[in-house]
Design a protein around this ligand. Structure first.
Ligand SMILES: *Cc1c(COP(=O)(O)O)cnc(C)c1O
Length: 382
């Protein structure tokens, strides 16, 4: 007779939670008492703090990470016929931005352990039409930048770092976001720091910064040349309330990143003991990991990711396949003829990777509960 493990009461563990203190609440309320709800002093302050934190000459607030990616494609001059190398194993915005400018995404496969672009696959994907590469630092872990930048130099490509998941992480001691022509961070509520919706472009290039500044504000040449629309622009501005919230969060960024690292460590210790489930793989070049999500790898043939997901759901634990490959999304299949088999490692990761509940406000007790469910699941299916 098989024994059913004893199960404790069901708790509800959400996928993510923002980390908001009185500091953030006061910062937003103070803006409410001013005449500036947009284009005021807070955005300037937030940008200066962000540039200082990352270590770039310029930082420009925008209203999402996606907006930042779009503006980088415009600034890099991407247009019809231009190929842009990017991973399919990413959040869909990192490829959609290429399509906004009618460029052609060229997907490359990943390192199966980290989920980051495989430099050898990038080299093999270069053609005379390649104009840029978008480097995503998946889950907050820096991609293998040295070989990627070497390829970019050799073929004269623009480099855009999608750092939307990697604020504060370092590669060989240097901050992500400082390696390419431009990089963007994102502040959706599940990120390491949040502004509600929002993003920040960083760059060392004066010419690009000037263009970003214009493009985010309806193509006006500068913020106060009100009726001079020099080029086609957008309303991608970040408002003052969000900027004030961002400033407060940025003042706590070290604390936020450290707390997340501690939660990841609690997970690591417990997951190490589970058969058929692997903790995230951190490579040597990652001198600081900035945890965005905590993603386990289910061993194919040992642990069924989808079965585990539905078991966890029944036990009140949210979890999510992460990422779902972009090239297998319906409209990418239709438009570019992408299909199963194109990117074997990406597809395998798409089948087996699972993001567990993760945030800086998670307690050890919550991590315990999640891992207890994983343990019980493995016993039930043994
Ligand atoms: C979050 C994220 C973005 C941008 O998201 P927004 O919701 O537009 O701020 C872009 N790329 C990646 C990889 C992301 O994780």
């Amino acid at each position: 007779m098989t024994q059913t493990p004893v199960q404790d009461a069901i708790r509800h563990i959400p996928m993510s939670s923002p980390d908001i203190t009185q500091l953030e609440k006061d910062a937003v309320m103070q803006v409410m008492d001013t005449a500036y709800l947009s284009i005021g002093p807070k955005i300037k302050e937030f940008e200066a703090s962000m540039a200082a934190y990352v270590g770039t000459r310029h930082a420009l607030g925008v209203n999402s990470g996606t907006a930042g990616l779009h503006l980088a494609m415009i600034t890099a001059g991407i247009g019809p016929g231009d190929e842009v190398i990017s991973p399919s194993f990413s959040f869909i915005a990192s490829t959609n931005c290429i399509l906004y400018e009618r460029g052609t995404p060229v997907f490359v496969d990943i390192d199966p352990l980290t989920g980051n672009m495989d430099p050898r696959a990038v080299e093999a994907a270069i053609t005379p039409r390649t104009k840029a590469m978008i480097i995503v630092h998946a889950f907050g872990q820096p991609a293998d930048l040295d070989p990627l930048l070497e390829i970019a130099r050799k073929h004269n490509l623009y480099v855009i770092e999608d750092s939307c998941e990697s604020i504060g992480s370092t590669y060989k001691g240097r901050m992500t976001g400082t390696f390419g022509d431009a990089a963007m961070f994102a502040f959706y509520p599940n990120k390491q720091m949040t502004t509600g919706e929002g993003g920040m472009i960083v760059t060392d290039r004066d010419d690009w910064a000037e263009l970003f500044n214009s493009l985010r504000n309806q193509g006006r040449d500068v913020f106060n040349a009100w009726l001079q629309h020099t080029r086609l622009g957008y309303n991608y501005r970040l408002d003052e309330l969000s900027a004030a919230l961002g400033l407060a969060q940025l003042s706590r960024i070290e604390e936020l990143i450290t707390r997340r690292a501690r939660v990841a460590e609690w997970y690591n210790e417990r997951i190490d003991e589970l058969p058929g489930i692997h903790k995230p793989h951190i490579v040597d070049t990652t001198t600081r990991m900035s945890w965005f999500v905590y993603v386990i790898r289910c061993e194919e043939g040992e642990t069924s990711r989808d079965d585990l997901l539905s078991y966890l759901e029944k036990r009140g634990v949210a979890s999510r396949p992460y990422f779902t490959p972009i090239h297998l999304q319906p409209f990418y299949r239709e438009r570019f003829g992408c299909k199963e088999g194109d990117l074997p490692e990406t597809e395998k990761a798409g089948r087996n990777f699972l993001a567990l509940p993760f945030s800086s406000v998670m307690t050890e007790d919550m991590v315990d509960y999640v891992c207890e469910q994983l343990r019980t699941y493995k016993k039930l299916r043994a």
